[in-house]
Design a protein around this ligand. Structure first.
Ligand code: SF4
Ligand code: SF4
Length: 315
């Protein structure tokens, strides 16, 4: 499988108890996830380039930045289950033995180890986001829920969106669209902007790359457009050798033209996700692909512009 399908979100129960959810991190002063200056709340699973990686756990786990490790062994001495060891290649973590006691994080002076994902309540997330309230209001920004797939923890995401709206925040939801329409529809009531990912217009290619076809995604996009309850910006990862052919891009641009999409962001493939992927002990599935050239990305943007769409290079 090439891309992360972000898993299919259920009706709301999975990975969430409503008031509490697992948050990977909250990125302040974000300028790429909607209008103005924003805080982006990354739901677990997450990555810096969320659509290109697969982090299937919705729970917290230990992240190891191996390149920072000096081999001092302090962490190994405090690890009661014996989950850590030093090999010729560097620090080794046995994730099965690790009970997440977090003693190694305290013991390490080199900032090698970090907890990826933590349980937070809706109020805790809002308190964190409220620190930048002034920036939001002066810039027309707000708070974006991203991931991973926020609606994989649907109860938590819905409650967070509702409470953010109650407090006057501008809200955005970054979704892969692979969720039941009823869940998406509920979120619309508290969402100003939907950032909607489309990975491939061809259903079989979509299945090859993500493990699922794109029927539900495109159906949800049609319904979103028809509902007319929130602004919708489309985000398309452009991956060399997967979806970057003129034929596929022409087809996608034609479909979006028919839907009267407001804005299309084309995200050229890069390898920014590789380090995070490796730190969580997972294989990087897009290894070996050349990044998309600026020239090729410009050509693809031209395809969308020729259809009258507001297309730009995204991040
Ligand atoms: S979190 Fe605890 S159990 Fe896991 S590696 Fe660190 S010290 Fe060992
Ligand atoms: S304490 Fe930190 S620097 Fe020392 S071996 Fe452990 S991870 Fe590496």
């Amino acid at each position: 499988m090439l891309l992360d399908s972000r898993e299919s979100a259920g009706s709301g129960e999975k990975g969430s108890a409503g008031n509490k959810g697992v948050v990977f991190n909250i990125q302040r002063y974000s300028i790429h996830d909607g209008p103005g200056i924003r805080s982006t709340v990354f739901f677990k699973p997450a990555s810096p380039f969320v659509i290109l990686v697969r982090l299937s756990s919705t729970f917290a786990e230990l992240m190891v930045r191996e390149t920072r490790c000096n081999g001092c062994g302090r962490c190994i001495k405090v690890c009661a289950p014996g989950a850590l060891s030093l090999a010729a290649s560097g620090l080794r973590l046995d994730r099965v033995k690790c009970d997440l006691c977090l003693k190694c994080i305290e013991a390490c002076w080199e900032d090698v180890l970090e907890l990826a994902g933590r349980q937070m309540t809706v109020d805790e997330v809002i308190e964190e986001c409220s620190k930048d309230d002034l920036f939001y209001r002066n810039s027309g920004g707000g708070v974006t829920l991203s991931g991973g797939e926020p609606l994989l923890q649907a109860d938590f995401a819905l409650q967070l969106l509702r409470n953010l709206k109650d407090r006057g925040f501008n809200t955005a939801l970054d979704t892969c669209g692979q969720v039941p329409w009823e869940t998406l529809e509920k979120a619309l009531a508290y969402t100003d902007l939907v950032l909607f990912d489309v990975k491939h217009i061809d259903s079989e290619e979509h299945r090859d790359g993500t493990g699922t076809d794109n029927k539900l995604i495109l159906s949800n996009l049609e319904k979103l457009m028809a509902a007319n309850m929130a602004r919708i910006w489309i985000r398309v990862p452009v991956i060399p050798g997967y979806n970057d052919s003129d034929r596929y891009m022409q087809e996608l641009a034609g479909r979006l033209q028919g839907m009267k999409a407001e804005k299309v962001s084309l995200l050229g493939y890069h390898e920014w996700g590789r380090a995070k992927y490796q730190s969580l002990g997972r294989a990087y599935q897009l290894s070996g692909r050349m990044p998309l050239s600026e020239e090729r990305l410009s050509g693809i943007i031209g395809i969308f512009k020729a259809k009258g769409l507001d297309a730009t290079a995204g991040y």
